[in-house]
Design a protein around this ligand. Structure first.
Ligand code: VG1
Ligand code: CO
Length: 580
């Protein structure tokens, strides 16, 4: 093949957000749009770090992935990359990409040094929906801000990109190696099975034999919904083939370019079919409801955990996994190095860390901040309120790992009793946890696609309000006399304890005397307008009061949050788009 230099001009708005660049497909398919971003990434990494290396390119299989993969292969060839690895049919979940970078050895003994992941995660897909791309580094984690800032700077000045235009399209449906000759020597594309490396890793972490016993126990029933995302490429292999679940336990496990027209976001609003099956929707009380249910997002890094007619809040989920990891999961048997959560995630994990005397870290939203801690050996288990849970086995959150972690805890708690009378259920485990550690009532209100200007004004107003706590408390008291006093308020800023880098403006916090918190943030993953996220949390230590309905328990704090932020006045919205 020949290397062609193509002249181009900068395109506005290519700033990577919380997790890469996400835009409508119609934006991505504009001439030069993808090419500019990919070349800007190569340039940010520098020629030395790109030339001669092995690059992974794959994603959640959403619309436009197949075309994008061929373009990136041709650009990689032209930029001196030695080989490109592609998951069969272009499919690799985000956690599997991380695992592949860290652990996979190619047929010729090579190892990967980075990846382009093609996904817009939980955003819908299809010709009128979203596409996305992000770069992950040699540790398997998302590029840090230092790199993403450089990429963005490059997109603003880019003049040229390089592409091997005459390289034929590679058949990515068939596994195997295709070799080409270029001006600087050989260039290979290796297509490999999407699941093998990941399955191998999971088997090295969990006790599959024990989980198999749980799943085959007549008392236990199971259901997994991939929402037509890439998790489907792993679910059959792991849950059915390895763990013996029935095929009928899998819902929507065929990956589709448009996620079957759905919104591949595993929460109570969008995972409708699973929610109904688990008896949480308008199901018939006579229906057979599984003991355990779970769902994933488009790229399979998120998870939702459900019990029979019971929802596990993600903030509780990570705390419960951390509390049980050493006993229930072989990978952690030597102990946890530390635990971490994102700032808006509830403090349930903090309480576990204190009880178990573990190192604890609070980081800004987005998985990249956990990676540094893990690389430095400071953190084993971490999570976010946004249905993200994971560990240092890779450098991304991991939806299927979280499900296996819960299955391990269930198997561990029931191991003397698989054939016995009554199963220890998901709900039992959560209630036990609240009795020991107290409960953090938690909810998140999302105001999606709000006018971007209005959202900025609201945030600026909240920052300014913080300078006078007496004014804040007047508003609080005026709204609800039964809510505690605000004792502190700030804009969250994070200093990375490993590399000393500082991330500012990571969300506005109002901290109450009784440990309650209100947090306001603007989303960094949307593709249109602005999304305001409001996180509401209240701690209850008294075991006799931990069984309330969370929306009811949080009612007074919600009222205060809406008054404090003048939400309706600024945004024109009288209700959020999604409540989780
Ligand atoms: C959201 C979540 C955040 C998560 C991010 C990426 O970001 O709040 O916790 O890390 O999505 O997850 P934001 O900036 O929109 O609040 V994923 O599954 O979209 O890669
Ligand atoms: Co995701």
């Amino acid at each position: 093949f020949k290397i062609v230099r193509v002249e181009t001009t900068p395109i506005d708005g290519q700033k990577p957000g919380t997790s890469g660049l996400r835009k409508k497909v119609k934006v991505f398919i504009q001439p030069h749009y993808l090419e500019n971003f990919v070349q800007s990434t190569f340039n940010a990494l520098t020629t030395e770090k790109v030339g001669g290396t092995t690059l992974v390119v794959s994603g959640d299989g959403r619309y436009y992935s197949k075309e994008a993969i061929q373009i990136i292969i041709k650009m990689a060839a032209a930029n001196g990359v030695r080989r490109v690895w592609v998951g069969q049919n272009g499919l690799l979940s985000t956690p599997a990409v991380s695992a592949v970078i860290r652990d996979r050895v190619g047929v010729d003994g090579s190892r990967a040094s980075g990846a382009f992941i093609l996904t817009a995660s939980h955003n819908p897909g299809g010709p009128h929906e979203d596409f996305g791309i992000k770069y992950n580094m040699e540790n398997g984690g998302p590029a840090p801000e230092g790199i993403t800032d450089k990429i963005y700077e490059n997109t603003k000045t880019i003049k040229e990109y390089f592409i091997a235009e005459d390289l034929p399209d590679v058949d990515i449906a068939t596994t195997g190696v295709t070799s080409f000759g270029g001006p600087e020597g050989q260039f290979d594309v290796e297509v490999f099975d999407s699941a093998s490396d990941y399955v191998k890793l999971m088997k090295s972490i969990f006790d599959f034999e024990l989980i198999r016993k749980l799943i085959s126990s007549p008392k236990f029933t199971f259901c997994y919904d991939a929402l037509h995302g890439v998790a489907g490429a792993y679910a059959n292999r792991i849950f059915v083939e390895e763990l013996g679940a029935q095929e009928s336990s899998l819902l929507n496990c065929t990956p589709k370019e448009d996620f079957g027209g759905g919104h591949p976001d595993p929460n109570l609003t969008y995972a409708k079919e699973l929610v109904a099956r688990m008896g949480l929707g308008k199901s018939n009380p006579q229906d057979e409801v599984p003991e355990f249910g779970a769902a994933a997002d488009g790229d399979a890094d998120r998870n939702m955990i459900l019990g029979k007619r019971f929802f596990v809040t993600p903030s509780d989920s990570v705390a419960i996994i951390a509390a049980n990891a050493v006993q229930a999961i072989p990978y952690f048997s030597a102990g946890l190095k530390g635990v971490a959560r994102s700032m808006p995630t509830s403090a349930a994990l903090d309480v576990v860390a204190k009880h178990l005397n573990l190192k604890f870290f609070e980081v800004p939203t987005g998985w990249k901040f956990f990676g540094n801690l893990m690389d430095a050996g400071l953190c084993s288990v971490c999570g976010e309120e946004s249905f993200g849970t994971g560990s240092d086995h890779i450098r991304e959150k991991d939806g299927i790992w979280a499900v296996l972690a819960w299955l391990s805890i269930l198997a561990h708690k029931n191991k003397e009793n698989f054939g016995g009378e009554k199963l220890v259920t998901v709900e039992d485990i959560v209630h036990q946890h609240w009795t020991t550690y107290g409960r953090h009532y938690y909810t998140r209100y999302d105001y999606e696609n709000v006018d971007a200007g209005a959202a900025k004004v609201l945030m600026a107003y909240l920052v300014k309000l913080q300078s006078s706590l007496s004014e804040v408390n007047e508003i609080v008291k005026g709204a609800r006399s039964d809510v505690a006093k605000v004792v502190d308020a700030d804009e969250f800023e994070y200093k990375d304890p490993v590399d000393g880098s500082i991330s500012k403006h990571q969300g506005i916090r109002y901290l109450f005397e009784d440990g309650s918190r209100l947090v306001f943030r603007l989303s960094g993953t949307g593709s249109e307008g602005a999304t305001i996220r409001l996180y509401i949390e209240q701690y209850e230590k008294d075991p006799s009061k931990t069984g309330r309905d969370s929306q009811e328990a949080l009612g007074p704090l919600v009222e205060v949050a809406l008054k404090l932020s003048k939400m309706q006045e600024f945004t024109g919205r009288s209700a959020p788009t999604v409540i989780t």
